[in-house]
Structure formats: structure tokens, C-alpha cells
Design a protein around this ligand. Structure first.
Ligand code: NAD
Length: 245
């Protein structure tokens, strides 16, 4: 899965899945702009990539803020050149019974998990159209496939990601740009540990283990590769059999 000569952006690349995705894309030869709210964590990801001989830059940005996205896109392009691989990974999660869910909580979830993907994708569409080649991989969630209590706002945002992926895939199908989504199951990241007792969750999973960040990262690398040129609009469920599409 050669990605030499490709410039990639991974949002939320400071920790968890995003860090693993950035590291794996760089290992396949991509130069990676690691975007995150947390500058220190983004710098750690970049240091890990550079220590392995790869090329990466850290960029601090809130992906739900259109001004910040435009500035981060300009910096990424100035540092690396045109970007033709985009992984929309940044996301948040929390658990609120629906009756108690506030308008602000709903709006923040949709802004960070869904609107961000619109903003960042639009920021790099021109680069991809110009190249006649592009790979957009959106991280959704198995919670949008199964439903989940106290997660109406989260599941709605991630269901939106799946619909966004399909619509854009068809609109761009003749341009050389593919658009796919990966809904992770339970993957052992800082985010999962904040909400769940991971060993307890693992007992309920078919494989009796949580996902590893690299399980997701390798699927993303495939979808980002030249080899995946005839795959678009798809949902590649990397979930250890938790939900069968
Ligand atoms: P994480 O919290 O460990 O990492 C998320 C990263 O995104 C953090 O570095 C955070 O700083 C960054 N981020 C959050 N809001 C941001 C913003 N507004 N702008 C820029 N960066 C921002 O989470 P994770 O488990 O690695 O999850 C990554 C993605 O995978 C998310 O979209 C999440 O919803 C999805 N997901 C994770 C799991 C799982 O089991 N871990 C399951 C399903 C879906």
C-alpha cells in the first residue's frame, strides 16, 4: 500500500486512533499533517513519525471552527504541498440520557463530529480535483449502526458521517476521488477508557478483546491507497464482529 509522494491530513491525530492512523500512513510513505486541538499531543505524534524516519508536521486547530480550519489548511499546504489524502478522525463522545440532553450538548457534538468533516473536506477538495486523485476516509462509529443508550447526539452525528460519505462518494465518483467511512467498534483508546471499563466491555465482544488502534489504522491505510481505487461510498466495519453489516 504505497503512499509515497502523497500528502495526508489526519485530524485528531494527537492521540488514540488518529495517532495510530498518522503513524501507519507515514510508515507507508505519506507526509502527514497531524491536526489536533492539543498541540503537545500532536507534537508527540510527529516526534514518533520522525523517529521512525517519516515526515510529519504538527498543526493546532479546532476542526469545528471554519476560520481555524481555513488557517490550518493553508499551513498544511504551505508545509507539505497539496493534500490528497484526508482522514476525518477528530471526534468527541459523552453519555447523556436523552431527556437531559441540552441544545448546547447537541450542537457541540454535531459541530465537532459532523460539521468538521464538511469543513475540512471542502478545504482540500480543490487540491484533490486538481490532482484528479484523492482519498477521503471518514471515521464514523459502530454506535450509529447499532444505536446506543445515552448517545442519541453521538449516534446522530456519526450516522450523519455515514450519509455524508455516501452522498459525497457518488457526487465525486467520476473525479478520481474516493470517499469511504470506517466505523470502529470498541477500540482501546483514551476516549474509550473515559467512558467504559475496557476489560468488562471486552467480555461482551465476539473476539473477547477490544480493538487496537492499529486495527483501524491498517483499514484506513488500505482505503487511502492506490489499490482501493474501485472502492467508494463504503462502510468498512472494523469491529471484531460486534455488528455485522
Ligand atoms: P480520543 O479522544 O482518544 O482522540 C481524539 C482526538 O481528537 C484527541 O486527540 C482530541 O484532542 C482530538 N479532538 C477532539 N476534538 C477536536 C477538535 N474540535 N478539533 C481538533 N481535534 C479534536 O478518541 P479516539 O477513541 O481515538 O476516537 C477517534 C475517532 O474514532 C472519533 O471520531 C471517535 O468518535 C471515533 N470512534 C472511536 C471509538 C473507540 O472505541 N475508541 C469507537 C467508535 C468511534
Amino acid at each position: 500500500m504505497a503512499l509515497e509522494g502523497r500528502n495526508a491530513v489526519v485530524t485528531g491525530g494527537g492521540r488514540g486512533l488518529g495517532r495510530s492512523i498518522a503513524v501507519v500512513l507515514a510508515a507507508h510513505g505519506a507526509a502527514v499533517a497531524v491536526w489536533d486541538l492539543n498541540a503537545e499531543n500532536a507534537a508527540e505524534t510527529v516526534a514518533e513519525i520522525q523517529a521512525a524516519g517519516g515526515k510529519a508536521v504538527a498543526i493546532t486547530a479546532d476542526v469545528s471552527d471554519s476560520g481555524a480550519v481555513a488557517a490550518a489548511a493553508a499551513t498544511s499546504r504551505a508545509d507539505l504541498g497539496p493534500v490528497t489524502v484526508l482522514v476525518n478522525n477528530a471526534g468527541i463522545s459523552n453519555y447523556v440520557p436523552f431527556a437531559e440532553l441540552t441544545e448546547n450538548q447537541w450542537d457541540r457534538m454535531i459541530d465537532v463530529n459532523l460539521k468538521s468533516q464538511f469543513l475540512v473536506t471542502q478545504a482540500f477538495l480543490g487540491d484533490m480535483l486538481e490532482a484528479g486523485w484523492g482519498r477521503i476516509v471518514n471515521i464514523s462509529s459502530s454506535s450509529a449502526q447499532t444505536g446506543a443508550p445515552s448517545m442519541a447526539h453521538y449516534a446522530a452525528s456519526k450516522g450523519g458521517v455515514i450519509g455524508f460519505t455516501k452522498a459525497l462518494a457518488i457526487e465525486l465518483a467520476a473525479t478520481g476521488i474516493t470517499v469511504n467511512n470506517v466505523p470502529p467498534g470498541f477500540v482501546d483508546t483514551p476516549l474509550l477508557r473515559e467512558g467504559f471499563d475496557v476489560p468488562e466491555v471486552a467480555k461482551r465482544l465476539p473476539m473477547k478483546r477490544p480493538g487496537r488502534p492499529e486495527d483501524i489504522a491498517h483499514a484506513v491505510a488500505y482505503l487511502a491507497s492506490a489499490e482501493a481505487s474501485y472502492v467508494t461510498g463504503q462502510t468498512l466495519s472494523v469491529n471484531g464482529g460486534r455488528y455485522l453489516v
